[in-house]
Design a protein around this ligand. Sequence first.
Ligand code: MG
Length: 398
Amino acid sequence: MKITDVRCALFGQNLVVRITTDAGIDGLGPIEHTKPYIKPHVMYLREALVGEDPTNVERVMLRIRQRGAFKPWGAAISAVEIALWDIAGKAAGVPIYKLLGGKVRDRVRIYNGSIREPMARFEPEDFAASVRKMKAHPYGFTMVKQGIGFHSGMKDVGPEFHYGDKRPNPFHSWVSRGMLSERGLKHIVACVAAMKEELGDGIGLALDCGPGMMPQDALRLAKAVEPLNVMWLEDMITGDYSPYVNADVYRDVTMATSTPIHTGEQIYLRQNFKDLIEKHAVNIIGPDPCDIGGLAELKWVAEYADLHGIMMAPHGTADGLIGLAALVQVCAALPDNYIAFELPSGKPDWWHDILEGLPDPIVKDGFIDVWDTPGLGVRFNVDKAREKLAEEDKGFFD
Ligand SMILES: [Mg+2]
């Protein structure tokens, strides 16, 4: 089998990569929403892919992997990798998880991720109200994650939250960085306590915190919430769109607290997880299959993390419904250090009309049942999907 073409088009908020072959089998690869600018990067890879056998996934990846980097520049490479597995699975007549070693579990735990109510205020009662809605959601979440501190609007409320500058950024809202004020730290802890009060001990609470905190503040927060048994504190120091890791700085915090410390959503390739894992710099890592370099890359990192006592909670909030399918495939095959993945959604809602193959409802009692259809197990309803294409992308399905 040979690759005949590589295409890329925007459906609503998410770019989708489609790889075609001379066997009539195609593969789909998801790209996080908010990244329409990645399309030229995908097309730049085309000449390295056409003519290759897509079922030799690793050999094909060796031709393009060096053309990626930390988020957002791992997206095109990762989408191609996922599309190759989709083709390989369809060609073999098996779901991708079989090619990654087989499923370890029949259903995968998820957490709310993309399902979050925008908050107008950031007082403890507002955080309590937000998780109250999550608790009542028909998906039956067994754990929820909430943004706090620099990963929320609370950093912009009042001048006293931290000692750094408020720095507007055209690309990303989480760019504040600096030492917390005492009021800022106390406010974060009060909001966490209010959420725990609401959730009790039956629904786990994870917290996305940055990036932007200074190490000593990260440690103070981690120690202050120790009695609350939160699931993790994520990305306190580095994180989303940080083009580096800083494992030693994380290690200083992790070694001094019993609160689990989490990072890794922006990191590209196993080599860049080496320090975090070997130094036991965090307790939980959260690579995104759409940024790390794909499904096999994430699976390898999970196995290596497990050897070192480090847990896995893959990122995925913006990966769209094809990304959701990819996450289910790889998470079914991860070892017991797997906790849950962050649930993506189809945006806009019509994504649920143009894509077939997902269970309905997608989530039951906080889990997704792993399906057994070949490849990713999802496919476009071409007639309906074609209507959503911009004029320049009309040839996507040809
Ligand atoms: Mg995060």
